[in-house]
Design a protein. Structure first.
Length: 227
């Protein structure tokens, strides 16, 4: 949806930190981000069985480029867990403020999806991997501060999309054009997909997750449901 803004380009799954690690220059990285956004738009913006098209807006193109970035949540967290210095290298490489959007899905659905997609062999393994990513996210927040870090809960986006989209525009200093906000809101599902029901969670597994959730501010809203 940010890629659909007339003054922004957001690549879809480029994995920017991979290229930072390879030593790509600022201009090379920006070229890759723009090219990937354009290519994704030309191919219909479909991913994992979903359409990400915002009809009538600016995906893959821009009017005046003010924001450029990438969407690659899992791999970004894993790369930073292995080499946290990549964050500082990214900031020095691009020479502009680096802002981070942290999207939070219900942990039951997040972890179940990791197993269903083959990213973890079991729920216990997925919980361990999830905990590592949570710890990395907390470390990133401490490093950049709340001016450059914004958490977006998926259930907030689905229940009040226009408000969340406007907040994102404010975060990036982008104009929340009314047609843009409404067109983006139209593509948002009415509620998040609940994959949690596709696997059987034992009381012990739920309790393991609950203990993690209770210790993390951005997950605290889910603790009562796991009790």
């Amino acid at each position: 949806m940010i890629d659909a803004h007339p003054d922004a380009i957001i690549a879809h799954e480029l994995d920017s930190l991979r290229y930072v690690n390879f030593g790509f220059s600022r201009n090379q990285l920006f070229w890759l981000l723009l090219d990937q956004s354009r290519t994704c738009a030309q191919r219909g913006r479909k991913w994992s069985g979903y359409s990400y098209v915002v009809p009538g807006q600016h995906q893959g193109r821009f009017r005046q480029l003010r924001v450029i970035g990438d969407k690659r949540g899992g791999d970004t967290s894993r790369r930073l867990a292995n080499d946290f210095a990549l964050l500082d290298r990214l900031q020095r490489r691009v020479s502009v403020p680096v802002k981070i959007i942290h999207v939070v899905r219900h942990p039951l659905d997040n972890i179940t999806t990791m197993v269903l997609r083959g990213d973890a062999p079991s729920l216990e393994g997925a919980i361990d991997a999830y905990k590592l990513m949570v710890n990395t996210v907390q470390r990133v927040f401490r490093a950049v501060g709340d001016i450059y870090f914004k958490t977006v809960w998926l259930d907030d986006l689905t229940s009040k999309p226009e408000q969340v989209i406007r907040e994102l525009c404010t975060f990036f200093s982008l104009q929340p054009h009314e047609d843009y906000v409404k067109d983006c809101a139209k593509i948002v599902f009415k509620q998040p997909k609940q994959t949690r029901h596709q696997l059987s969670w034992s009381p012990q597994q739920r309790d393991l997750l609950r203990r993690l959730v209770e210790e993390v501010d951005f997950l605290a809203r889910y603790a009562e449901e796991l009790a």
